[in-house]
Design a protein around this ligand. Structure first.
Ligand code: MD3
Ligand code: FE
Length: 220
């Protein structure tokens, strides 16, 4: 496995309770991830969704899995079909599912069964402002996040907006698992700096694997 200027030596960063940083954990899945990403974005292209206030987001998004997260003038929600095409979201590839389950287990969350994978693409300058993820029905399940491409500074706040966020640098193939007391923390991403990643070019891609439906329902 090749390490480049963009890839930190495998040492975990100290994280707040409930969160685990798995440095380079996705390196073993890198090739599969890039291949599956190309397939998914060909079937369900990345697009700039609008906020309920009507502003296009700087991050471009798409989804795979039984459910996909969308935002529009009517609000935020999980839906079974891509609103752009009317087709079901592309299936969650086995490799991505296995990576997420392995990462969750590593972080102490055995039995994670993701049914939704949100894919975020950050061009240089794109950012995500502080928010909570509360559209999922199973908030006992963790969220697994996989970073690819350009580095980014992840902002990890507290359970209220007022707490000053911790700045966590994330690089290509880092995985972070957020559960327990971290699950409802405010978080965001600082504007991505200019750059060119050897494998992904001028962009950062983040995959977040989630359990959107209740734990007893098995989606597919
Ligand atoms: C901490 N995405 O899609 S992933 C999002 O890098 C989102 O694209 C960011 O926030 C990104 O909603 C951050 C890491 C993440 C995801 C969910 C969390 C961290 C979290 C939920 C609770 C606490
Ligand atoms: Fe989020």
């Amino acid at each position: 496995m090749e390490r480049d200027l963009f890839t930190r030596a495998a040492a975990p960063l100290p994280m707040p309770a409930g969160a685990a940083h798995l440095a380079g954990f996705a390196l073993a899945w890198e090739e599969a991830l890039l291949k599956e990403l190309a397939r998914i974005t060909a079937a369900a292209p990345l697009r700039h969704m609008v906020t309920p206030g009507g502003q296009p987001m700087s991050v471009a998004m798409t989804n795979c899995g039984a459910l996909g997260w969308v935002s529009d003038r009517r609000g935020y929600r999980y839906v079974e079909r891509d609103p752009e095409s009317g087709a079901p979201w592309p299936a969650l590839p086995d490799a991505i599912r296995e990576l997420a389950i392995a990462a969750a287990r590593h972080a102490g969350y055995a039995g994670f069964e993701p049914d939704a994978c949100l894919i975020n693409r950050y061009a240089p300058g794109a950012r995500m402002s502080l928010h909570q993820d509360r559209d999922e029905q199973d908030q006992a399940a963790p969220i697994v996040s996989v970073s690819l491409g350009l580095p980014a500074v992840f902002l990890f706040g507290g359970l209220t907006r007022r707490e000053r966020p911790l700045r966590v640098p994330l690089v290509h193939c880092d995985v972070v698992v957020w559960g327990g007391p971290a699950r409802l923390a405010y978080h965001g991403v600082a504007p991505v700096a200019d750059g060119h990643h050897p494998k992904l070019g001028p962009q950062r891609i983040n995959l977040t694997l989630r359990r959107a439906r209740p734990p007893n329902i098995n989606a597919r």
